[in-house]
Write a protein that binds this ligand. Sequence first.
Ligand code: NOJ
Length: 961
Amino acid sequence: MRPSSFLGTLLLLLFPATLAFKASDFKTCSESGFCRRGRALAARAQESGTSWNSPYSVEPSSLSLAPHQAAFTADVKSSIYPSVKFSLDVRIHEDGGVRVRMDEVDGLRKRYDQAAQWALLEEPSIHRDIRWTVGKANAKAVYGPKKDTEVVVNFNPLKVTLFQGGKEQIVLNGRGLLHMEHFRAKEVSQPEEHIEAEGQTVLQVNPAVWFEGDSQDAWWEETFSSWTDSKPKGPESLSLDITFPNHAHVYGIPQHATDLSLPSTSGPDARYTDPFRLYNADVFEYLADSPVSLYGSIPLMHAHSPQSTVAVFNALASETWIDIAHTEKKGVETQWISESGILDVFLLPGPTPEDVFAQYARLTGAAPLPAHWALAYHQCRWNYVSSDDIRGVQKRFDEEDFPVDVFWLDIEYAEDHKYFMWNKKTFPDPVEMTKDVEAIERKMVVIVDPHLKRANDYPVYKRASDLGILVKPKSGEGEYEGWCWPGSSSWIDFFHPGSWDFWTSLFKTKSIDEQWSWTESTDNVGIWNDMNEPSVFNGPEITMPKDNVHYDGWEHRDVHNINGMLFANHTYQASAARTDPPRRPFVLTRAFYAGSQRFGAMWTGDNLGTWEHMAVGIKMVLANGLGGMPFAGSDVGGFFGNPEPEMLVRWYVVGAFSPFFRAHAHIDTKRREPYLLDEPYKSIVRDILRLRYSMLPVWYTAFRETSATGMPILRPQYMMFPKDVAGFGIDDQYYIGSSGLLVKPVTEKGAKEISIYLAEDQVYYDYFTHHAYRGSSKGRSITVPADLHEIPLLVRGGSIVPTRERPRRSSPLMKHDPFTLRVALDTTGNARGELYLDDGETYAHARGDMVWRGLVAETQGKGKGRAVRIASVDLAAGGTGVGLYDPRNEFARSVGEVRVEKVVVVGLGTKPVSVILESGRELEWEYTPGVGSGKEGQPGMLVVKDPAVGVAEDWSIVVKL
Ligand code: NOJ
């Protein structure tokens, strides 16, 4: 993060903390009061062994069942503070998910209870046909299609268990670590406390000491480095143990630079000494293997075993630490320690990975279908320094025949880092420049950060200030002032409803009501939301003080992890509102929370140009997919450093096989646009870019599926083979959507070959050479060539992969290009695939303007005279939920001339007798017999030349054998 201007240099002198990663910039658990308290509670419980009992219990007499609904409420008390009241609310949703909420009742203050509100798509409906059975010791509900899902709420101590098939799946408070620190008055001190007894106030030894400890550790104030957190509300943290007794692997809780299968942070095999932390932070030069929090937080954890997959979504917005222990006999034990908020936990019963994704998507929404161009290649750097620079770079891409769709502008376009305001010395003609880029339907993405320069001649700041919508300091009066790129800055409070229309108005490209708006922009420009953790150079842990005040009086500590999501959310809405009807906006965000997937893409922030960062970036993108946020990628090349050509080439492969594909570089790095490479690197990267473009139909089809199901785009091994234990820890190879493509990007210097794990007795073909490999039902690792020009990319037998093979300069130029179909026959001679197309930029698809084809290859008959029938059928007609669908819809008609120009059938062991269209026409074809037999070799291959069938039509080709 090194700004080029004088001010920037001054900033770096003033705040050297931003110069290099210093562990000391960020708290460890032992430096965070409530985390210390949470861990100490766990330690006391462990020391006490079996005599440890949770003090929380349900008052059975208070239990109240909701009429006609699977919901109840009850009072909860804690034996250590008998006068403090809590309420419990347990409900079963229509899809079988369970929500458990607990809050303090009539406390001194109100706990923050709106995290779920921001994350959820809508309030889930409660099941109407499930009934609770209430007994003396518990309340139970049995449900599910096989009636084998059961939720049991034990009253004393309070414990909630989700069972499936009689086995415990998720247990809340099984270890007795639940603790909701109630609000208390500062004057009352431990170990003595005033207690109401028989109408009199008496002073007693506080019975809470065994449970809470006697130190009042950091209750009322906390100092870290030179900052003091005033903690006006005192202690209010929340600890909860969540155990998965029958699972050995847990995944999720992005964002951390670590393995996909999360390692232990406590217990004898702990890999890290600290818990995983969720506290959105701008961590400079972050480590490639660490539990420290990064830019985003999704408190969703999946647990997986060969028998079932389940998940918990713990809807908390405050700083949260999560300890994980893999135990021999008790499954995976976790403890979640949060600084503030109510208990609001969603249990997702699965039982398959697909079910869990669907259940989470029903809660927080699936990622919408992005604009098609957003899946193409993005070229960024900090900074393209002028309009002419942008034009020059675009020209070089064209001269060198590299496809690219998007050029990005980082913060230096903005005069004095006042976002929206062009630096007219360097960008004298922003609209013309943008239109030059848009000439062949390319796009620009421009950065808009959340900090506003405090200058009265900056209309954005001025109006926000006049409207009173800026975040306030701890006094609750005036405007919080901190330092960021522009120097002295303030931040819009996006929790303030008054900020929403204002933000929308800024993005209008035509001025309305004489208010300032971004007329020097176009309706197509995408927006990059960076620094929205928020990053504050002179703040504690490079962010805002926790005692800052937001709308409605909530402290920043209560909402920190949601803050960045609201910024991206309103940018997304504002971008959509530029046109009527709206077009699909593109917003890239660095900070995120549960639900952020609804508002665009994310990237993994400031990675380093090292092999370790390249490798961990893949795991992070996979983890984000599990967290419901599939549109993700990492900076190609690494943000910091000057990657050697070999590394850059490999990084382009990682990018080309990520949902979001962008090259980016720090301001101090050497220029590294791909055309600057020497041969052979230059040509290799050109081929990689062309490969990505040829596969855009695969990516777009995968995004359609994600937008409907919540399934990740990149699918790790365990998801594809949920019963194959050997694959549960694999996170360096993955499948792309349902396409059958399996890729393992090389992330090691000097590699010549690489091993890929195949979990099934199925044939896999090299994508480029068609060489066949045979897996094994016991699991088998194969070795594939992986020289610099080779990409370890396999097609799973049984898949049909649609591509567009004509090199073009940008993706919109491919709109009318023909398709190639790669039919990779499985061991029984069958295959299937999908192809989804629409206009790629509007919402007309929601009205049925689309082409969605099912591609099928079936071997029919036996012995001589059998045939392989390859067909395209209409999937949309089969029910898309789109009532208005008409196969001759406007979009389908617009691609009426687009044809399939080639069908390659791989794995065909017999030379055909004839190849005809079912309608009768003979087709031209060529057959190459296979070489080798058994598990590996060159399979027989049929190429059907230009069958000239329409991509939007029903057709079938019969290959007679
Ligand atoms: C930090 C971002 O992570 C990086 O990508 C960007 O280039 C700099 N901020 C400057 O805007």
